[in-house]
Each structure stands twice: as structure tokens, then as C-alpha cells.
Ligand binder design. Structure first.
Ligand code: 7PM
Length: 280
């Protein structure tokens, strides 16, 4: 997969470390809205072994108020410049075309869009670069997606059909398919049952365009884990690691997490087991 300055081959799943620069992120209390603290957290994510750092400037928490564009740019762009200049693979979590353009100019390698590049102008904002793209499935909008029970005809088929439509539209618009990854969007307009069905059948969620596209899985500290272990978000580290290993076993290419050090260790053990199975 082409990701800006980098080419990823996914011999093992890559770990994407989450850096929230929002005032209200649900699992870290927005500790990193302060630029100095954000930088320190970035250092830690990298020292812990992350392969990619994902910077988000607007909380996508269900019911969260939208953040004004200027504020999102002020929080995100200086960090993108600094990390990119240091040679670090930088992802930006945004659905706003204007943020995408600024992020790419600042050196971002990947644009991670929970809206699946559905905002008018989003595809045009990324088309003429070499950045990687993550196309995520979300039912409805962040404000409303968990109001009432989300309903699917067949959650696996519906998510894959959505991703296939988005990917085909992007390819038709001139985006090379080796730049595209897909994501079933755990927790975005899904019941607990839907989320586990998607995890169990993860490979089937990826549209096949010649070859299947790399899958990004983001379950870290989410309520689908809380529903099983009955713990609040900060105490879902072990549950998150189990979910990451399940995703790795099902072929995930990139795993998006808060707890980088623990996930990296767990995936090393998973990879050692996989390698031994290949030798057997
Ligand atoms: C509140 C609820 C705050 C949920 C933040 C979140 C994903 C993502 C997010 C994902 C991709 C979080 C989420 N989740 N991008 N951005 N995939 N590609 O847990 O699952 O960080 S925001």
C-alpha cells in the first residue's frame, strides 16, 4: 500500500497509535489539547513502537458537537508538520476536505476518513497526492448514528457493499487502488452484535477490486468491549488487546489503538505463532 512517502507490505499488522488533540476525547479526557502535551504523547506513542501515528482534531464521539474548522487546523497542522519532518508516518483523522488539503501540504502520509470520503470535495482533496487513504463505514452521522437501534439487512454484506461503492467511486475519480484501505467502522452505527459479526468475519468486509484491500480495524477501548467485560473505557486495555489479536488473526493490515506498547507486545507473540505455523 502506498502511503505518502512510505510503502507498506503488511508482513505483519501495523500498529497505528491514536493521538487525540481534542478537548473531550472519551478515553483520555482530552489531555492533549495542550500542544506541549500532544508532542510528549506523540513521543511516547513512537517509543512504544507504533508504526503510524493517527492525529485527530475533532472528537467523533456519538453526539459530539462539531469543531470549527480553524480550531481543528490549529490543533492538527503544527503537529503534522513536526512529526512528518521527523520522518514519522503521519495519519490525519478528518472528514473535512479543507483539513485534508492542509494536512497533505503539511506532509501527512495517510488520510483517515470516518465519513468514507463522502463530503463534497473530499476525493478531490486527496486525488492528486500519493497519500494513503482509509475509507471507513459509518451508518448515519456521528450526531445520530447510535440514536435508536441501527438496522441492517445483512451487516457484513451491507458494510462491504458500502465500501465497494466508495472505493469504486474513488478509483473512477483517479485514485490508484494501491492507496486505499478499508475499515468496517466498529462502533459507528452498529449494535454490539453487529460489531462482533464484523470482527468474526473481518476478511469478508473488504471489497475485492482485483485483490482484497487492506483492512484497518479500530476497536480500542470501544463500547463493544465494555459490553463484554463490563468496565469503563480506561480499564479496557486487556479487552482491546484481545480484540487486536482477533483482528490480526483475521488478516487486519493496520490496527488502530490507544495502548501501543501492550498491543505491540501482543502482536509479536501472535506473529511468532503464525511464523511457527508456517514452518510446521
Ligand atoms: C469517541 C468515540 C471518541 C469513538 C472517539 C471514537 C475509528 C477511527 C475513530 C475507527 C478509523 C476512537 C473513536 N474510530 N478511524 N476514528 N477507524 N479508521 O475510538 O474505528 O478513537 S474515533
Amino acid at each position: 500500500m502506498q502511503c505518502g512517502r512510505f510503502t507498506f507490505t503488511f508482513e505483519r499488522p501495523l500498529v497505528m497509535g491514536i493521538l487525540n488533540v481534542t478537548p473531550d476525547s472519551f478515553s483520555d479526557g482530552g489531555l492533549y489539547a495542550d500542544p506541549g502535551k500532544a508532542r510528549m504523547q506523540a513521543e511516547k506513542i513512537l517509543a512504544d513502537g507504533a508504526d503510524i501515528i493517527d492525529i485527530g482534531g475533532e472528537s467523533t464521539r456519538p453526539g459530539a458537537p462539531p469543531v470549527p474548522l480553524d480550531e481543528e487546523l490549529q490543533r492538527v497542522i503544527p503537529l503534522v508538520k513536526e512529526l512528518s519532518a521527523a520522518g514519522i508516518p503521519v495519519s490525519v483523522d478528518t472528514y473535512k476536505p479543507e483539513v485534508m488539503r492542509h494536512a497533505l501540504a503539511a506532509g501527512a502520509d495517510l488520510i483517515n476518513d470516518i465519513w468514507g470520503f463522502r463530503m463534497p470535495g473530499a476525493i478531490d482533496a486527496v486525488r492528486d497526492s500519493q497519500c494513503g487513504l482509509c475509507v471507513m463505514h459509518m451508518l448515519g452521522e456521528p450526531q445520530t448514528m447510535q440514536v435508536g437501534e441501527p438496522v441492517y439487512d445483512d451487516v457484513i454484506a451491507d458494510v462491504r457493499a458500502f465500501l465497494e461503492e466508495r472505493v469504486n467511486t474513488m478509483i473512477r475519480t483517479g485514485v490508484a487502488k494501491n492507496r486505499i484501505s478499508v475499515d468496517p467502522g466498529f462502533g459507528f452505527g452498529k449494535t454490539v452484535e453487529h460489531n462482533y459479526a464484523l470482527l468474526a468475519r473481518l476478511p469478508e468486509t473488504s471489497p475485492v477490486v482485483g485483490t482484497p484491500l487492506p483492512i484497518l480495524a479500530g476497536m480500542s477501548r470501544k463500547s463493544m468491549l465494555g459490553a463484554v467485560v463490563n468496565r469503563p473505557a480506561p480499564e479496557r486495555v486487556a479487552a482491546s488487546i484481545a480484540a487486536a489479536v482477533c483482528a490480526a488473526e483475521r488478516g487486519a493490515a493496520i490496527i488502530r489503538v490507544h495502548d501501543v506498547a501492550q498491543t505491540v507486545d501482543a502482536l509479536k507473540v501472535w506473529a511468532a505463532t503464525r511464523d511457527a505455523a508456517r514452518r510446521a
